[in-house]
Design a protein around this ligand. Sequence first.
Ligand SMILES: Cc1ncc(COP(=O)(O)O)c(C=O)c1O
Length: 321
Amino acid sequence: MSFDESKWVWMNGRVIPWQNATTHVSAHALHYGSGVFEGMRCYETSDGPAIFRLDAHLERLYASAEIHGITIPYSREELTNAVEEIVRVNNFRSCYVRPICYLGSGSLGVHPGDNPVEVVILAWPWAPYLGAEGLKQGVRVTVSPWRKFESRMMPTTAKACGQYLNSMLAVRDAVSRGYAEALLLDAEGHLAEGSGENLFIVRDGQLLTNDERHSILLGITREAVLRIASDLGYRIDVRALDLEDMLTADEAFFTGTAAEVTPIREVDGTAIGKRTPGLVTEEIQRVFFAATSGSDQRYKDWLHPIDAEVVVVSDRLLQVS
Ligand SMILES: Cc1ncc(COP(=O)(O)O)c(C=O)c1O
């Protein structure tokens, strides 16, 4: 994938050309990973583009920032407007949106002192993270030799930049061995999550998933899927999951903003169910996409419409640095 450099970026309150959205090499975040970010999707709906669960993502962004002592110098309303603006000026019908708040240049002591907080919002079209084929047919995963860090080491419920080195080790290992994704165990050896997704198991018509006690990021897609599954009448058990649960599952799937609802068809060569997406997974996936496309009225509140008709005559557009 390469980025389209004709697009615009929201950076510190201004909309600027893609190639001008740069930061100095002395930025604290570059050295120590001191930033927090979000990933959300904008979906095409019959009423135009809409961000899925914008409020929940912004809420988690501020919560992650607070945990890491990063004061975001913009209000929620300002960031809401900024997200809308960046989708609109780039003329996206659907895209992925990545706000990031990080410590910029100042001191390079590990204690960041009063380094400035930089706030950037990028957007780009992003195909299904684990592949269109994976979304349809399911993916093959492997148990990672890398454990998921636990909250006593770093809070797992925050979405912070530096922690993704753990995910990166896991996914690079998995891909190098021919798998689509890694499955990380927690420090105690229970299942945690994928390198960028939460995990669900289906057994005897019941849904099983874990929670923050097992070092996961509390995914916004996970929460949406819990609501969908409950609306569909499934029993849900939130508890510790073991590899044994996974290997004997009828079905399993990942959830995440990037990966959406992706079936898992194999773990280290062991088939999950019939090595094809199961009926429960397919039903949940169908309702999930009905929610993201705005065609299921029950979940309309999850969509934040972008008014494509607004003509942006913001002076910010002219402030090309
Ligand atoms: C480690 C990790 N777990 C789970 C998720 C899923 O979270 P969400 O559904 O909020 O995107 C993500 C993606 O953000 C992630 O990076």
